[in-house]
Ligand binder design. Structure first.
Ligand code: ADP
Ligand code: ADP
Length: 222
C-alpha cells in the first residue's frame, strides 16, 4: 500500500497578475520507507505540494490520501505530527539551543534530558557545547541544523524538508544526508527539496521534477 497517494491534484492561485497553476492534475505515489528528491526551478510549486501534504492548504481538485485515508478526513493537528514540514526559514526563539530543542516536547508535557538533546544535536553534526549557546549568535546553517534537530525530536513518520542543506558546507551536508538515510532505514519517509542533481542522486529512491504544473518521475537504481 502506498504511504501517500496523489490523484489528479490541481492547485491554482489568483493574483493581480493573473492565475498560476503550480499543480495540474498531478498523480503520484509515495511508497513507505523512501526518500524522494523534489526538484524544479523556483516558483514551480514545490512548497505548494508540501503545504497540501501538510494540510496547510487543500487542493482545488483531486485527492490526497495518507495511510489510505483522505487527508480531508485527517485531523490537521494529528496529521502534522506524522507529516512534518521543516520550513526553510527556521522559526526559532531568541533563547538557547536547549530551550528551542525542548519546546515541542514541553508543549506535550514531556521533557528531554541533556543527553537526549546532545544526541539530537549529534545527528545533525553539532556538538553538545551548542546546547547553552543562544540562537541569535548562530550562523544560518547552524540555525537550520538546530531546526532540523528540533523536528527530529518529534520523530515524525514523514519529513518534508525544504533545502535543508542549502547553507551548509560539504561535511555538514554529508552528515545530514547520512542521517536521512538512517531515518529511512528506521522506516520513515523523506521528501527533500533540492536544486542539486548530484545530491538528488545520492539521497533519493525517486527524483520528482516539477515543471509547468506537471510531475516527471525518475526512478533511481540502488
Ligand atoms: P516553489 O516552492 O517551487 O518555489 P511555490 O510552491 O512557492 O514554488 O509557488 C508556486 C507558484 O504559486 C508561484 O508562482 C507562486 O508565486 C505561486 N503562489 C504560491 N503561493 C501563493 C499564494 N498564497 N498566492 C498567490 N500565489 C501563490
Ligand atoms: P521560503 O522557502 O521562501 O524560505 P519557508 O520555507 O519559510 O519559505 O516556507 C515555505 C512555504 O510555507 C512558504 O510559501 C510560506 O509562505 C509558507 N509558510 C511558512 N510558514 C507558514 C505557516 N506558519 N503557515 C502557513 N504557511 C507557511
Amino acid at each position: 500500500q502506498p504511504l501517500i497517494e496523489l490523484r489528479e491534484v490541481t492547485k491554482s492561485y489568483d493574483s493581480p497578475e493573473g492565475r498560476t497553476t503550480p499543480l495540474k492534475e498531478v498523480s503520484a505515489v509515495i511508497p513507505p520507507e523512501s526518500v524522494i528528491a523534489l526538484m524544479g526551478p523556483s516558483g514551480t510549486g514545490k512548497s505548494t505540494l508540501f503545504r497540501l501534504l501538510n494540510r496547510l492548504e487543500d487542493p482545488d481538485h483531486g485527492s490526497i490520501t495518507y495511510k489510505g485515508k483522505p487527508l480531508s478526513e485527517w485531523d490537521p493537528i494529528l496529521l502534522r505530527r506524522e507529516v512534518h514540514y521543516v520550513f526553510q526559514s527556521a522559526v526559532l526563539f531568541p533563547k538557547t539551543v536547549a530551550d528551542n530543542l525542548n519546546y515541542p516536547l514541553k508543549l506535550q508535557g514531556k521533557s528531554m534530558s541533556e543527553e537526549e538533546m546532545a544526541r539530537l544535536l549529534e545527528r545533525v553534526g553539532l556538538s553538545k557545547s551548542y546546547l547553552t549557546r543562544s540562537i541569535e549568535k548562530l550562523s544560518g546553517g547552524e540555525k537550520q541544523r538546530v531546526h532540523l534537530a528540533r523536528s527530529l525530536s518529534l520523530n515524525p513518520h514523514v519529513l518534508l524538508l525544504d533545502e535543508p542543506t542549502a547553507s551548509l558546507d560539504p561535511e555538514s551536508t554529508e552528515r545530514i544526508e547520512q542521517e536521512m538515510r538512517c531515518y529511512r532505514e528506521k522506516g520513515h519517509t523523506v521528501l527533500w527539496i533540492t536544486h542539486q542533481p548530484e545530491q538528488a542522486r545520492r539521497i533519493a529512491d525517486q527524483v520528482w521534477h516539477l515543471e509547468s504544473g506537471h510531475l516527471r518521475q525518475e526512478e533511481m537504481k540502488r
